[in-house]
Write a protein that binds this ligand. Structure first.
Ligand code: UD1
Length: 427
């Protein structure tokens, strides 16, 4: 098992181009199932979650080729409609295959995705939406079976009780080739939803309003192959901005979409960072001393993203003053706090609220990545801390960050990946 070792205290300085968005590429790869022919997707990050998605596509009958950051999917010969349990378990968000397989095959058989590190992740909204399309949902030996029936999926009006990202994506996937029109109310507005719709529209789908609360999808008979470039990853960009702020450095990030990172710019400015955002770049200059951020509440987009909550908590743990962070999206997304305490952070938790009393500096610690974003917060804390930090269970980090040790080394950090069996000095 690999681990990451960080010797803290180095300022990050420099310029990077951010990877493609994990949360876009996964549903877009699933969407290629609806296309009869060869789709070409560019700017796909090299991540274990992408590898897991490719494995499922291949199992279903797709021919998938990868050349650097471009992935070609030939979906002409899809012949299976099930995803085995071992493949489902490799990726937390594999439920998004439901809409893709059902839309293509008229039937989908998936094992129920279990709980995960950040909460229970129920799928009631996904299932009730499929039923509203006229599909039947049954349980066969622990597998979830969704069948469209003889007349296929029927366009419908669906009002989500919560703007779930995954449910919105599944509905869009199922509606794209359904009979008639589907209207989603209270749809999720995350940028990755618009990216999915952009790809599908390039293939001939008729989707309007993606990125807004109301999305209208007129079903089409078939999709034709297209090329698409995945949007930059706003969460990864946010992580590197915060890393730079915590080390007192300066960074220029290329290839961002300003509106996508807007929710994190305001809190970073409140912490004293000087930030300039232009068309495709963001430049951050750190203050001498970070100030507290009075209150952060995670919310659906365009609110503050839950996927940046752990990283901003690492920042507030070394800011001057007391900050309050409320997690509104996932019920147990505070697992990183126990690890942050090992660095000497002062954090008190009360239900969904964390009160963070900033300390002058953190001290290097032996910690583990509790989940993907919690893991990235360990790296940030290690970069700021005095001394050496060892992070284990970094497979969580590899789900969402493409070689973070390389990017951060290029920015001046003292960070490396070693195999747990190797001695630190030999790495
Ligand atoms: C997606 C993102 C994840 C991000 C999250 C919120 C991907 C691959 N993952 O996850 O990185 O943290 O959005 O921005 O895009 N819920 C239900 N019933 C359902 C579905 C969801 O109660 O049927 C609840 C969840 O338990 C959670 C909340 O709704 O509390 C948000 O979940 P959702 O928006 O669906 O997140 P994901 O799509 O799983």
């Amino acid at each position: 098992m690999d681990k990451i070792i960080v010797n803290g205290g180095r300022k990050l300085n420099g310029e990077i181009t951010v990877q493609g968005a994990k949360n876009s590429v996964l549903p877009i790869l699933v969407a290629t199932l609806l296309v009869d022919g060869v789709s070409v997707i560019h700017n796909c990050p090299m991540l274990s979650d992408v590898d897991a998605t490719i494995k499922i596509l291949q199992y279903l009958g797709c021919t998938v080729n990868r050349e650097n950051h471009s992935i070609t999917v030939d979906s002409t010969n899809v012949f299976r409609d099930d995803v085995p349990d071992n493949l489902m378990r490799e990726m937390r968000s594999s439920i998004v295959f439901l809409g893709g397989i059902l839309g293509r095959m008229g039937r989908a058989k998936l094992s129920t995705p279990g709980g995960c590190e950040i909460g229970l992740r129920p799928i009631d909204l996904h299932l009730s939406a499929m039923e509203q399309f006229g599909a039947t949902v049954t349980d066969e030996d622990g597998f979830l079976v969704c069948s469209a029936g003889e007349n296929g999926l029927q366009g419908t009006r669906i009002t989500l009780s919560f703007p779930s990202v995954g449910a919105t994506e599944n509905i869009i996937l199922a509606a794209t080739c359904a009979m008639g029109t589907t209207i989603i109310s209270n749809a999720a507005r995350e940028p990755e939803i618009s990216d999915l719709a952009d790809f599908l529209n390039r293939c001939g789908a008729k989707i309007r309003g993606a990125g807004d609360s109301t999305v209208v999808i007129e079903g089409v008979k078939k999709l034709t192959p297209a090329e698409h470039t995945v949007i930059p990853d706003r969460i990864v960009a946010s992580t590197y901005l915060i890393a730079t702020a915590m080390t007192g450095g300066e960074i220029l990030i290329n290839s961002i979409i300003p509106s996508h990172i807007a929710p994190i710019i305001q809190p970073l400015r409140e912490s004293g960072c000087n930030i300039v955002v232009n068309k495709k770049q963001v430049i951050l200059e750190s203050p001498k001393i970070l100030k507290r951020i009075r209150m952060i509440r995670t919310m659906p987009h365009p609110g503050f993203p839950t996927d940046v909550q752990a990283q901003i908590m690492a920042l507030t743990s070394v800011a001057d003053g007391t900050s309050v962070i409320v997690e509104n999206i996932f019920e147990s997304r505070f697992k990183h706090i126990g690890e942050l305490l090992r660095f000497g952070a002062k954090i008190h938790v009360e239900g969904r609220m964390a009160v963070v009393e900033g300390v002058n500096h953190l001290n290097g610690a032996n910690v583990r990545a509790t989940d993907l974003r919690g893991g990235s917060a360990m790296i940030l804390a290690g970069l700021q801390a005095r001394g050496t930090t060892e992070i284990t269970e970094i497979h969580h980090i590899d789900r969402g960050y493409e070689t973070p040790e390389k990017t951060l080394s290029e920015l001046g950090a003292d960070i490396k990946r070693v195999n747990s069996n190797e001695k630190q000095g030999n790495a």
